[in-house]
Design a protein around this ligand. Structure first.
Ligand SMILES: C[S@@+](CC[C@H](N)C(=O)[O-])C[C@H]1O[C@@H](n2cnc3c(N)ncnc32)[C@H](O)[C@@H]1O
Length: 152
């Protein structure tokens, strides 16, 4: 299972997701440009000393990310305009769960690349979740379905 972050712009959210990924043994793709430096102290504070940098791949652009992808890994976009609810979607162990930018989600060409667009249903009037919380909810469901949680 992989988490991919599309051009994140808030270091605390990326730090929280890197910590989540390290704790759950999930690989991470950081798709640049980022809105901060990777040694930003706000990222370090949110991730503590949990980041497993050997599990984090940085990609200079969206095209570089696509070029380096394992063709067997499905790209599943987490989006507020998704067409299937996350708890009704059948995740696979090799999936890459793609999260959008805090400010703008992802552009249309990224929507078109994903094989599925998955939503976490929200209360009427609620616009979106914090990206780190959306990532945590989705990866937990994906690991639950695929038996992928770490075995202590
Ligand atoms: C703050 S939201 C982006 C809001 C942005 N204005 C938009 O329209 O996409 C940041 C990211 O968190 C994820 N996200 C937030 N709420 C979500 C939800 N209810 N279902 C699926 N993904 C969600 C998506 O990946 C989204 O791109």
């Amino acid at each position: 299972m992989r988490l991919a972050l599309y051009q994140p712009d808030i270091p605390q959210n990326t730090g929280a997701l890197l910590r989540l990924a390290a704790c759950l043994e999930v690989e991470v793709d950081l798709i640049e440009p980022l809105g901060f430096l990777v040694d930003d102290r706000r990222l370090r504070r949110a991730s503590l000393d949990y980041v497993a940098w050997e599990r984090v791949r940085r990609h200079a652009s969206w095209d570089a990310f696509l070029a380096g992808r394992d063709s067997g890994s499905r790209l599943i976009l987490l989006t507020t305009s998704g067409t299937v609810a996350f708890h009704r979607f059948d995740f696979a162990a090799g999936d890459t769960l793609l999260l959008g930018r805090e400010s703008a989600g992802v552009p249309d060409f990224v929507h078109r690349t994903a094989v599925a667009r998955v939503v976490i249903p929200l209360a009427p009037g609620a616009r979106s979740l914090n990206v780190a919380l959306a990532g945590a909810i989705a990866v937990a469901e994906a690991l639950r379905q695929t038996g992928g949680f770490p075995q202590p």
